[in-house]
Design a protein around this ligand. Structure first.
Ligand SMILES: *Cc1c(COP(=O)(O)O)cnc(C)c1O
Length: 360
């Protein structure tokens, strides 16, 4: 067996140790005589798995008591509708900072249910930076302000949160969850699809301040009401059981590693290796302004589409896969999520150096 270095933006690499544990427990979990895949979600064994996953997530993210943790389905994309259906019920208004395709989708979906407003956008420069805002830019009557914290496609990240005063801040953290410590108390809602940094595709994590639950619009389908899931411990219907189990293994892997402070150090080390190389390279260049660079998604180009394609093909043959940029932007993108080892980034940079010499 030879495993490649997978730079996919998602679904992406999982820690090898986690995959091994999952493999060991695949046929029989503990002494239950069955796989987690086969278990009743109402069994006491599964109840322990989901409760422990939640407790570990609360521990590593330091989630305050007044926040609910929900394990839902439908991906981050379902949250684009679920957030407005549940929150836009006071003044039927929400403000958006549009920093890429995902942020724009959240805005467009909210516009179907109320008065959605774009407060700032970086569309003018292909989303290569994070626009600056002040508290005065936001409508005091907005029911929430939405941001996409890490822009998976364009490789930008909010290193500082916008000052939104007392308006609940909602953030899509699909591609940066668990990559570094985050002050949960600054947010009304945090949500993330799991397939970037947490688990296989299929579970969506929602962390929501309790006072924001229970205000859904009348038209809200039962399954899209946060209250439904909060009142039923994420078990109103069958949850994505196996994904939650793997997420739990990933939480334990992070705890063992030293938590999110340690995770951040490793992620900074990896990102620095790649950005330093890009900054010194005569062939490759990063596409994002340095101050807004993501730790997780690193887009770069040669400036020549044919050469980009040659690079992607040769990298793939050498065991560095999924380096092609998003179809909407072209070029290359290396996603270096938590599970990518430092060694994988070092080897990628060695490969890029060699490619640069050969194609000078
Ligand atoms: C991948 C991604 C999404 C879409 O997630 P799904 O789970 O496929 O709906 C949304 N937002 C961001 C920031 C993403 O990276």
């Amino acid at each position: 067996m030879s495993r490649v270095y997978n730079f996919s933006a998602g679904p992406s690499m999982l820690p090898e140790e986690v995959l091994k544990t999952a493999a060991d427990e695949l046929l029989e979990y503990g002494t239950t005589g069955q796989s987690v895949m086969e278990m009743s979600h109402r069994s006491k064994e599964y109840d322990a798995i989901i409760k422990e996953a939640e407790a570990d997530l609360r521990d590593i993210m330091n989630i305050p008591e007044n926040y609910e943790v929900l394990f839902l389905q439908g991906g981050a994309s379902t949250q684009f509708a679920m957030v407005p259906l549940n929150l836009m019920s006071k003044n039927n208004k929400a403000d958006f900072i549009v920093t890429g395709q995902w942020a724009n989708k959240a805005y467009k979906e909210a516009a179907r249910y109320g008065e959605a407003r774009v407060v700032a956008s970086s569309a003018d420069k292909t989303y290569s930076y994070i626009p600056k805002t002040t508290a005065a830019d936001f409508d005091k009557e907005a029911d929430y302000v939405h941001i996409c914290m890490n822009n998976t496609i364009y490789g930008t990240k909010f290193h500082e949160l916008p000052d939104v005063g007392d308006i609940p801040l909602v953030a899509d953290i699909s591609s940066c969850i668990l990559s570094e410590p985050i002050d949960v108390s600054k947010f009304g809602i945090l949500y993330a699809g799991a397939q970037k940094n947490v688990a296989p595709a299929g579970v969506t994590i929602v962390i929501i301040r309790k006072d924001l639950i229970g205000n859904a619009m009348d038209i809200t389908p039962t399954m899209l009401n946060y209250q439904t899931h909060a009142e039923n411990g994420s078990m109103f219907n069958t949850p994505p059981c196996y994904c939650i189990y793997v997420a739990g293994l990933v939480f334990k892997w992070i705890k063992k590693l030293g938590g999110l402070t340690e995770m951040k150090k490793i992620n900074e080390e990896k990102a620095k290796i790649l950005y330093d190389f890009l900054d010194g390279s005569k062939l490759f260049k990063g596409t994002v302004v340095p101050e807004d660079r993501s730790l997780m998604n690193v887009p770069f180009i040669t400036g020549d589409e044919a050469l980009d394609a040659k690079f992607v093909a040769e990298a793939k043959a050498a065991g560095f896969v999924n380096l092609k940029g998003h179809r909407s932007v072209g070029g290359m993108r290396a996603s270096i999520y938590n599970a990518m080892p430092v060694e994988g980034v070092k080897k990628l940079v060695e490969f890029m150096k060699k490619f640069e010499e050969e194609n000078a």
